[in-house]
Structure formats: structure tokens, C-alpha cells
Design a protein around this ligand. Structure first.
Ligand code: NAD
Length: 350
């Protein structure tokens, strides 16, 4: 790729893997608005839509492990989102998480490079910092992946970076945990979980004492950032790992709770203090992101996003039945498929 080349809107062909996921279904309409020519690639595990997703782009329904050169024909850039996403998903089978998240990502990137794709953006996660030893972690800090999911992201980052060169721009977005409403809504993410628990049960039980730190970002802000990563000069991001988020959104669980209570005031909060299964705690430094994209400001604060989410969920009368249906929790959906033998043990559709 020419030094400093960039990919702005009209006519640029972007393949988005995981386009029918929580983030993908918000990102796609924004890409279309900017006149990118979009192809989605997704095995379509999560069919539940609480709002219809866009139909005005090409969709390939296939497993990422079987992607071929033909699927990449004419593609200029890839935003790679497909994954067994989030920490609990690794519980299904850690080696499967590695196969789908790590091995197939590296295979995809190599195939992309060979076939003339010029830019590859990878959706990594700040959860790889685990319980951080330092007060605030930066891209130079040691990582401490506590789950198969986090490990798959570390392994992928390491191998993708090696592929970056002047013809193949690799940008690694180490994303904060996402919150906010989406047509493919999930309630297995911390903020969304607290909001839906409060709506469904009017009681939230917190396994920690509420002090663990999390970097958080709204789904619309993150989607816009992905698009900025497409159009920025390649030299600014190529071969770099970049923490994605905003300083003011390093928050403690108790901060989230206080906003949830603002919009769902009848909700009772119980701190059990067990620290539960999820012991991650980390504050993240976003200096690198800010220095490359000084013009990007947060639009969807946690407060604004929780207000919006609560309003939309109330409108659709989200309640106990919806919560208990498990339709908004990825691990539940996949476990149902496994139990019903809709998929093989290694998660291929039968
Ligand atoms: N949501 C977050 O808080 C967050 C934070 C940091 C990073 N990320 C990363 O961003 C990406 C998107 O996350 P999301 O929240 O939208 O996840 P998601 O689970 O909602 O979406 C992932 C999509 O990938 C698809 N998929 C899964 N396995 C596949 C396979 N074998 N072949 C083809 N498609 C497959 C699923 O059908 C789904 O539509 C993931 O890589 C995730 O790890 C997410």
C-alpha cells in the first residue's frame, strides 16, 4: 500500500465478518450511509432481532473457518468482527474458541493479504488486561488474559502484527467493553446486563463489592471509530495496537449501578461481595488513540446510552420472560443449538 493511503467511502469494498452480530448490525448502516460497498460474512448464529437489520447489502452466510479466496474477490478492506465473542463463551470449549477466534483470523488475514486486500481491522478487546497489576494499563503493559477468549485475542494480535507491511495495513483495535442498544441486542455485557436485570427483576445482585474497574464504550461511538480506522492514513495505524475508549469511561461497576438506578429507580441493589467468577479489573490509558484521532469525542456517554436503552427496552416491554428466555445471551443460544443438535460439537450448522 502506498505510504499514507486511505480508504474513504464511495466505491470502497469492505467485507465485514460478524455483520449480523451485536456490533455489526449497528456498524453496517453507518458504513452504507458513507457509501462503502459492503459485504457481510457471518454464520448467523444469533437470529433474534429486536429491530430489523439492514437488508441493503450482500450477505454471505458461511462459517469463517471455511472462507475461501472467492469470498474475498474485489475486497479492499476487512473489518473482522466474527468470533465466539466474550469471556463466558470460552466455557463451551476453549479449543473451539481458539480455532474460531485465533486460527481462522490468522488464516483470513493471510488469505486477504495474498488476494490484494489492502486493510485489515481486527476487533480485539481490553479484557486481555485481566486483573491489571498497574494502576492504568497502556498498550505497552503486560497482558494477563484470564479466559480462552482473552487468550485468543492476544494470540491473534501477535500473529496479525507480523503480517503488516507497506501493502497490507493491519490495525488492531483493543476495544473497551461495549454497551448500548442494537438491533441484535445482547444482555451478556456488563452494562446491558445490569439494565435488563433491573427491568426484569427490580433487583440487581452484584457479586463483587462494586469496585472493579472497566473501560466502557457505546456501540455507536465504537462503530464510528471503526469507520475512522478505514479512512485514516494507513501509516498512522499500520502494525499498531490501539486501546479504544475514552478516559472518562473508565468506570467502576458501582458507577454503572448509580446510573441504572437513576433511570430504573425502583430497582434494589444487593452487593454480595463474593467477587464472583469474573475477577477482571483494569483501567485503561487511551493516549495513543487520542493522539491519532484527536477529533473523535465521545457522543454516547454511559448516562445517555442507559437512558436510551431503558426507553427502548421499556417500549418493547422487556421483562422477566425475555430475560429468562436466554435469547439475549450468546452462551445460552449456542448451548441450545448444541442440545438440540442443530449444530455439530464444533459449532458447524448441520
Ligand atoms: N461486545 C463487546 O463488548 C466487545 C468488546 C471488545 C471486542 N469485541 C469483539 O468485537 C467483535 C464483535 O463483537 P460482538 O459483540 O458484535 O459479538 P457477537 O457475538 O454479537 O457477534 C459475533 C458474530 O460473529 C458470528 N460468528 C461467530 N462464530 C462464527 C463463525 N465460526 N463463522 C462465522 N461467523 C461467526 C456470529 O454469528 C455473530 O453474528 C468480536 O470479535 C468481539 O470479540 C466485542
Amino acid at each position: 500500500m502506498e505510504k499514507g493511503s486511505k480508504m474513504e467511502g464511495v466505491g470502497v469494498k469492505v467485507l465485514v465478518t460478524g455483520d449480523r452480530g451485536y456490533i455489526g448490525s449497528v456498524l453496517i448502516p453507518l458504513l452504507l450511509e458513507k457509501n462503502y460497498k459492503v459485504t457481510g460474512f457471518d454464520t448467523d448464529f444469533f437470529k433474534k432481532e429486536i429491530l430489523p437489520i439492514s437488508n441493503s447489502y450482500t450477505k454471505i452466510t458461511k462459517d469463517i473457518r471455511t472462507i475461501s479466496e472467492a469470498d474475498l474477490k474485489g475486497i479492499d478492506a476487512i473489518i473482522h468482527l466474527s468470533a465466539l465473542s466474550n469471556d463466558p463463551m470460552g466455557q463451551i470449549n476453549p479449543s473451539l474458541t481458539s480455532e474460531i477466534n485465533f486460527e481462522s483470523s490468522v488464516k483470513l488475514a493471510k488469505l486477504a493479504k495474498k488476494n490484494g486486500v489492502r486493510r485489515f481491522l481486527f476487533s480485539s478487546s481490553c479484557s486481555i488486561y485481566g486483573i491489571a497489576k498497574e494502576d492504568t494499563v497502556s498498550e505497552q503493559s503486560p497482558v494477563n488474559p484470564l479466559t480462552a477468549y482473552a487468550k485468543s485475542k492476544v494470540d491473534t494480535e501477535r500473529e496479525l502484527i507480523k503480517l503488516a507491511d507497506s501493502s497490507f495495513c493491519v490495525g488492531i483495535l483493543r476495544n473497551s467493553t461495549v454497551y448500548g442498544f442494537s438491533p441484535k441486542f445482547r444482555n451478556d455485557l456488563v452494562v446491558n446486563n445490569l439494565v435488563t436485570t433491573a427491568l426484569a427483576f427490580a433487583e440487581i445482585r452484584i457479586l463483587s463489592d462494586g469496585t472493579p474497574w472497566r473501560p466502557l464504550i457505546d456501540i455507536r461511538d465504537l462503530s464510528k471509530i471503526f469507520i475512522e480506522f478505514l479512512s485514516v492514513d494507513s501509516e498512522k495505524i499500520n502494525g499498531k495496537i490501539i486501546n479504544i475508549g475514552f478516559d472518562e469511561n473508565n468506570l467502576q461497576v458501582r458507577d454503572i449501578i448509580s446510573i441504572v438506578k437513576k433511570y430504573i429507580p425502583n430497582c434494589k441493589v444487593v452487593y454480595t461481595g463474593e467477587h464472583g467468577k469474573d475477577a477482571r479489573s483494569y483501567k485503561v490509558n487511551f493516549k495513543r488513540f487520542k493522539s491519532i484521532f484527536p477529533f473523535i469525542k465521545q457522543e454516547w456517554t454511559l448516562d445517555k446510552s442507559i437512558e436510551d436503552m431503558t426507553e427502548k427496552l421499556r417500549k418493547m416491554k422487556f421483562g422477566q420472560k425475555d430475560f429468562e428466555s436466554g435469547e439475549f445471551s450468546r452462551i445460552n443460544v449456542l448451548n441450545k443449538f448444541l442440545l438440540a443438535h442443530d449444530v455439530t460439537e464444533d459449532l458447524y450448522w448441520k
